[in-house]
Write a protein that binds this ligand. Structure first.
Ligand SMILES: [Zn+2]
Length: 261
């Protein structure tokens, strides 16, 4: 097996999970990406379940998660203009971004969500998979939230986003932080037989590429971006305050800028 970002074949088993240790994750000694061995187990089954179970917010104003996302990227993106949210779901982030003055548009795999956003918010949404989407426009800001970790080809994902951005444009990402305290506990626990979590045979994972700040920066450098801001965060205010300063939270968020060529 080779690392899916840098192609290096020096990978070390990092952790296992699932029934009979079905899901095996290997850490690259060069770029530090943690790669799920996809020859052995696929992550696709679980993704479909997630899409089917997602429920739209009825009142966007109460969606604190989306509000916090927009407050965060507004601090680090020094331009305005047009903004596309890839995987816009029920449109919560687009709702708050429009309030900040962005000219917004969504992209969604699900026609049900796309119709919901058009009806409830009067925001235009294209229905497509962004990896094969031909954008008619270029944007000042594009976001990809909780998607990158599910895609085997991270380089393709960043290249597509780069193609959707104006030169010097910004992108915003959210994904799990493999260097979090929670993940560290989980790995330690799974190495100690009496404490090891018992998995049901139906347990599935949806994550295949797991990033730390270091591996994410490697990906950025390889695809023509620079890191503007990295931090970890939480929906709980006290943990959020700690994680914004000490980057050990379970979830990471980053603002990056496309380097003008
Ligand atoms: Zn690598």
């Amino acid at each position: 097996m080779k690392c899916r970002i840098c192609g290096n074949d020096q990978l070390n088993l990092f952790y296992v999970e699932g029934y009979n240790d079905k899901f095996k994750y290997y850490k690259c000694s060069q770029c530090r990406l943690v790669n799920l061995d996809l020859d052995y187990a696929s992550n696709l089954e679980n993704q479909k379940q997630f899409a089917d179970n997602f429920k739209p917010h009825r009142n966007h104003e109460n969606d604190r998660g989306s509000y916090n996302t927009v407050e965060f990227f507004s601090k680090y993106v020094p331009v305005s203009g047009n903004y596309m949210d890839i995987g816009c779901g029920d449109g919560g982030v687009l709702y708050f971004a429009r309030k900040k003055g962005w000219d917004v548009k969504g992209l969604e795999l699900s026609p049900v969500f796309a119709d919901f956003v058009k009806e409830a918010l009067n925001i235009d949404v294209d229905v497509a998979d962004f990896l094969t989407y031909n954008s008619q426009n270029t944007y000042n800001l594009v976001s990809l939230r909780h998607v990158l970790e599910h895609l085997p080809d991270s380089i393709l994902a960043l290249t597509k986003i780069s193609g959707m951005l104006k030169d010097g444009g910004y992108a915003y990402f959210e994904f799990p932080n493999i260097n979090s305290l929670t993940h560290w506990f989980h790995r330690i626990r799974n190495r100690i037989p009496p404490l090891k979590r018992k998995y049901d045979p139906s347990f599935a994972t949806s994550h295949c590429n797991m990033f730390s700040r270091k591996s994410f920066e490697y990906l950025l450098q390889k695809t023509g971006f620079r890191l503007v801001r990295w931090e970890t965060y939480s929906s709980k205010p006290v943990s959020n305050f700690i994680y914004n300063h000490l980057h050990i939270g379970t979830k990471a968020r980053a603002v990056v800028q496309k380097i003008a060529r």
